[in-house]
Design a protein around this ligand. Structure first.
Ligand SMILES: [Cu+2]
Length: 304
């Protein structure tokens, strides 16, 4: 059920170090207390808890993997944007696991969270990724690479993409439960609850009628990206598997704190992918106010 922490657990596999190796050598004797040692079995979850507190997307380099832009972008000019992900050996990573139908998901937003693009770069050899990118207006942008190297765990790295020129940051759109895009209306039910996997149901309609023939996109009927206003933390959102092609698409989003988030739903209908966007407030309407983030959920009294 708790998919989020399961993913968090494998996301941290690379952080496992050989700290216990010395102790193991001494513990050959029968009955000697074996030191706790990180292994590829049971202790990942404990390691994960301590690191799980930092959301994805906030770092350009994590677990030895680094995102490197090779291109600058000018406002309004279509660009062949290139970048690499270098691994712990300093070389560009060339082998990736397929996640949601793709080896790497590339999300580009303006830092004011007014614009959103979900792109799928191509590998052009030697570990260089390439994608057609147009940023219409000057501004501060953030790009996220969401991937899992072969033999490694899933990561989301983030990098700034500045586009020179004067710009005025827009204020965050008001909190809403309904979004309009290209004649479609998407309404959302459910609440974001800090520290929990929160169920969100998005329902797609067109001309007042529920859409029941959504088309699969990236292996599901919808793809949701959630970003925290203020620092653009990139959150884990998992779709619930569904056999019905709409109108409802259900997700579990785990937000680390109260406050405002921007949600971007990609869905495909009639051969075209569209994005519906929402501003949602986590912790709103909760009986207790959004508390300060607790130090760690890893203590025993928090186990269920
Ligand atoms: Cu993608």
């Amino acid at each position: 059920m708790n998919t989020a922490s399961k993913l968090g657990a494998y996301a941290v596999g690379l952080a496992v170090v050989f700290g216990g190796a010395l102790g193991v050598g001494n513990a050959v004797g029968e009955g000697a207390p074996a030191p706790a040692r990180p292994s590829h079995g049971g202790t990942h979850a404990e390691v994960a808890k301590s690191q799980d507190d930092t959301p994805g997307g906030l770092q350009v380099s994590q677990n030895g993997y680094t995102l490197n832009p090779l291109t600058t972008v000018k406002a309004g000019e279509p660009t062949d944007f290139r970048f690499t992900v270098t691994g712990p050996d300093g070389k560009p990573v060339t082998d990736y696991q397929v996640q949601h139908d793709k080896k790497l998901h590339f999300i580009v937003v303006s830092r004011d969270l007014a614009t959103f693009q979900h792109l799928h770069p191509e590998q052009s050899g030697d570990g260089v990724w390439s994608v057609k990118l147009t940023l219409a207006a000057p501004g501060a942008y953030r790009a996220f690479a969401d991937f899992a190297p072969v033999g490694g765990s899933g990561l989301t790295l983030g990098m700034d993409v500045p586009v020179a020129g004067d710009y005025e940051p827009r204020v965050l759109p008001a909190v809403t439960r309904t979004a309009q895009v290209d004649g479609y209306t998407v309404s959302m039910t459910g609440d974001l609850v800090p520290g929990q996997a929160s169920k969100l149901t998005l329902s797609v309609s067109k001309d007042g009628r529920p859409v029941t023939d959504l088309q699969p996109y990236l292996g599901t009927y919808g793809h949701l990206v959630a970003l925290r206003a203020g620092d653009l933390a990139y959150l884990h959102v998992h779709p619930e598997e569904s056999d019905t092609a709409g109108p409802e698409i259900t997700f579990y989003a785990e937000v680390p704190s109260g406050g405002d988030y921007r949600l971007f739903l990609d869905f495909q209908h009639a051969g075209k992918v569209r994005t519906a966007d929402f501003t949602a407030q986590a912790g709103a309407g909760q009986p207790k106010p959004a508390a300060e983030p607790s130090v760690s959920p890893s203590h025993d009294d928090h186990k269920h």
